[in-house]
Design a binder for this molecule. Sequence first.
Ligand code: ASP
Length: 435
Amino acid sequence: MVKVAKFGGSSVASAEQFKKVKNIVGLDDARRFVVVSAVGKANKEDNKVTDLLYLCYAHTKYNINFDNIFKIIEDKFIGIKEELGLNFDIEGELAKLKSEIGKGIDEEYLVSRGEYLTGLLMAEYLDYHFVDAKDLIFYNYQGEIDFPKTQEAFDKIVREYDRVLIPGFYGSLPNGEVKIMTRGGGDVSGAIIANIANAKVYENWTDVSGILMADPRIISNPHEIKVISYSELRELSYMGASVLHEEAIFPVRDKDIPIQIKNTNAPHVEGTIISDNKEIGDKQIVTGIAGKKDFSIITIKKHHMANEVGLIARTLKIFEDFNVSIEHIPSGIDSFSVVVETSNIRPFIYELVAKIKSVIKPDEINVTHDISLIATVGENMKNSKGLSGRLFKALGEAGVNIALISQTNDEINIIVGVHNSDYEKTINTIYQEFK
Ligand code: ASP
């Protein structure tokens, strides 16, 4: 049995964290493939090496001395090396990097050095074979992962080595240049490796004991979700719950590999399992609640609209021409609304409304700002009658006015739109009802 264990930045932020990683990896022989992020924040005030590397690059671009920032990076790596008594010549690597920066360096290559150097230190510490991600994770020129090529490289490596450490967050293009992923991409690297290793489970080690049912800034001590499906997680992430990089789902979903979110600082806590396998555990009716503030609703009223073919399509075309992405389109007989993020229309709201007036000739057009959307997500909602009744009754009793309701046909998600000032109250009311 093979497990891929990915450790995020806070799990490798200090020598003390390195020790925890070693302990975790040593507890289970199946953890043969380890992926690491770059040294992250050791505490709230601290900085991530990745951010510092971006900062170095920005300094060189404007010809500003970056010595002080680079020194912070050096201190972090050298501190870890010394405290753990490692041999790797990190000082030499850092000196080389610094001179390369001075001569003008590719930004992606520079930023990838965070995981590269963290990986080299961790590989020595765990006694795992280090594989540079540029020799394992291959992209094509369209920016997609070249799975056959990546698989071939992986198969060759495992014929020779039993335990391998791979830095996350980057790979290489066909011409050999380093390509980095979007921020938090170490999660994606781990998922790709879980896919090509046919792992039994993809463990994602972080600093929280799983995914919470609601935002802890709003609900104190919310329950941890034990099991969540890939689709539920996507719905919650889209609505602002952030635990895992969005793209990390696809490589493992393809092969039905569960993702287990685990806490490096509390390794015995079960954590959250992300899987579509219904046998893995019992799920609640409502899996999670998430929301976002600051949407606008543009409501268009036109008598006998139902008889006018193509009216909604023509309206949406106007939004497309303004390059605005649409969240929801609730509709009635003589009116319909378009819900968008306010920030996406703010610069040209008057032009947009004027255009709708001239093309659609509505009887009335209203724009309401300061709307929050709150999603109540759960696949089991499908089979439970009266659930939306409970939800709306609870909100009614709490005195929340609902401006909009949207539910998709698969019934995995009920979205309510409320005034921004009711955002916290709405989440709290739904949580108390379904926790
Ligand atoms: N180090 C990168 C970042 O901070 C990638 C990662 O941590 O997964 O975004």
